[in-house]
Design a protein around this ligand. Structure first.
Ligand code: PT1
Length: 277
């Protein structure tokens, strides 16, 4: 299976790695790594992207709004100001698909003009104008499932059947994309690990991940999420082994893109998976 992302065509006979580049001052993992004295530094963002690519990332996911549990929203203008210069710099200078982690329609269109190759929306294009913007951007989209909103989503997650609910939601959003003129081969899906889900919900979604393959190719993000903290009793800095195990199992069950902080370690794990087959 091959897919086109703006100027780049990628082969998905093996899973691909998406490296995370946070350009927020408050990320849960590398909070403010690209900031000095509260000001975003383009050279730090570029250097970090370069490192992720050297380590084996095929995608760089640029995010200007934190969506982890409890995060505060950011204004659309502030988000564009943070993200667009970074998207443009990476797309013009480095060899990777630039993904833009946003729910903001204006940013979707502008990012595509500046060379982005994928729209990664944790709100699955549900904001007013987002479907039309993604369609106009004419690059692939990733639709993620979330229950509730980041501010409150972990308060009381509840489902009758979490896997069936997520499947149904993603199928409905895919239909909405098709109606908006987005091509079927440009639609990716993501169960949204940690987005309005208990540990049991997250585990069930990874366990039964292959059921999502009928909707579209799967992107999976588990990297250093709090479920590993609770399940294993680990701080943020100690969650890599659990993340690698869950990511590999996800790939065995169909994930084609892994969204991660730790690209080098993920590449080694995926190489062993490939060699064993
Ligand atoms: C994801 C994802 C994302 N995750 C996609 N985009 C985040 N497509 C941002 C925790 O429980 O999985 N898929 N963009 C980061 N979100 C979280 C959520 C970070 C939960 C941490 C937690 O710790």
């Amino acid at each position: 299976m091959h897919r086109q992302f703006a100027a780049r065509r990628l082969d998905f006979s093996v899973p691909r790695i998406m490296g995370i580049l946070n350009v927020t001052p408050d990320s849960f993992f590398d909070g403010g790594a690209c900031y000095r004295d509260g000001v975003l530094q383009l050279d730090l963002a570029l250097r970090q992207a370069e490192r992720l690519i050297r380590e084996g990332a095929d995608f760089i996911d640029v995010g200007g709004e934190s969506t982890r549990p409890g995060a505060d929203p950011v204004s659309p203008q502030a988000e564009c100001d943070r993200v667009l210069p970074v998207v443009a710099a990476i797309a013009s200078r480095l060899d990777a698909v630039v993904s833009v982690d946003t729910s903001n329609p204006e940013l979707m269109v502008e990012a595509a003009k500046h060379g982005a190759g994928l729209i990664n929306d944790v709100r699955a294009l549900q904001r007013p104008g987002a479907l039309a913007a993604a369609s106009a951007a004419a690059i692939p989209v990733c639709l993620m499932h979330m229950q509730g909103a980041p501010e409150t989503m972990q308060e009381r997650p509840a489902y009758l059947d979490v896997v069936a609910d997520v499947l149904q939601f993603l199928s409905a959003r895919k239909q909405a994309c098709l109606q908006a003129g987005i091509a079927e081969q440009d639609i990716w899906v993501d169960p949204g690990i940690g987005f309005g889900k208990t540990d049991e919900h997250n585990l069930a979604l990874i366990r039964e991940l292959d059921r999502l393959n009928e909707v579209g190719p799967i992107l999976l993000g588990v990297s250093r999420k709090s479920m590993f903290g609770r399940l294993l009793g680990r701080d943020l800095a100690e969650r890599l082994p659990g993340s690698l195990a869950a990511g590999l199992i996800g790939c065995q069950r169909g994930a084609r893109i892994l969204r991660v902080h730790d690209v080098a370690a993920t590449r080694d794990a995926l190489e062993i998976l490939r060699l064993i087959g």
